[in-house]
Design a protein around this ligand. Structure first.
Ligand code: GLP
Length: 244
């Protein structure tokens, strides 16, 4: 455990390249890595770089297992808004990760029970090797909405008005954003061997500083990354961090 390494880069393009170097190194050292690939806009350039490197034969993703971070509730599998669909288009397909190497979140049946079972299974598999995360404007990781403690389990959540407003940008309007979701718990993200947190844009400036420099606590779930057990690197662009 140590403080997060903070890498300030010029812009979102450089962030994609720098993050691709970090992810390539992490997978080179653990070829059969379990990887949590966040959706959201921030990691898309990173995933495009990874796909190009794989295509060029620089990088092998065949043994990688992808572990889903979060998902809306109440959507049909075929709905254009599923986060699984977004992960599939941006990460699984471009990196040729086979279906049997994907661990999805529970979406059916008694979800409290299914999430407990998911967490028990997660414990037996051991820590995630690499979590690629974005930062919510309210400090969430995945859909671990504030307040979320460091031990928060995998569970269903109500999305906050701020998250619904932010997610409206993906799908159209706020009415297009489901109000409930399931998220991998904080406990698994904080136990990851390596975490790469990606932050871009001026809209994230306030929350980036609060998460990395303010009080650590459930009101800013991402602040717990400063107490995480693994190696945490934050790649942040100047718009999100400022010039200092
Ligand atoms: C979303 C997702 C997160 C994502 C974050 C940042 O609500 N639940 O998984 O990392 O918020 O999204 P973006 O990268 O689009 O700013």
């Amino acid at each position: 455990m140590g403080l997060p390494r903070i890498m300030v880069v010029d812009d979102a393009d450089e962030l994609g390249r720098v993050a691709a170097d970090l992810v390539t190194d992490a997978i080179a050292s653990t070829p059969a890595a379990s990887v949590v690939p966040a959706t959201g806009r921030t990691p898309m350039k990173l995933y495009a770089h990874l796909a190009a490197r794989r295509e060029a034969g620089l990088f092998d993703t065949t043994p990688v297992t992808a572990v889903q971070l979060d998902e809306y509730l109440g959507l049909a599998n075929s709905d254009r808004r599923t986060l699984f669909g977004w992960m599939d288009r941006s990460f699984l397909q471009p990196l040729c990760i086979a279906d049997e190497r994907v661990i999805r979140l529970p979406l059916d049946g008694d979800l409290d029970e299914a999430c407990d079972a998911y967490d028990r299974d997660r414990e037996t598999r051991g820590p995630i090797d690499l979590a690629i995360l974005g930062l919510g404007e309210n400090g969430h990781l995945g859909f671990n909405e504030p307040p979320s403690g460091s031990e928060a389990p995998t569970r269903t959540v109500e999305l906050s008005p701020m998250t619904i407003a932010a997610n409206a940008g993906y799908w159209g309007t706020e009415a297009d954003v489901p109000t409930r979701a399931v998220t991998m718990g904080m406990r698994h993200l904080l136990a990851a061997r390596t975490v790469v947190l990606l932050v871009t844009g001026e809209r994230k400036r306030s929350i980036a500083h609060r998460a990395l420099e303010g009080p650590i606590g459930p009101e800013i779930p991402a602040s717990f990354l400063r107490e995480a057990t693994g190696e945490v690197t934050v790649v942040v662009d100047r718009a999100a961090w400022g010039d200092r």
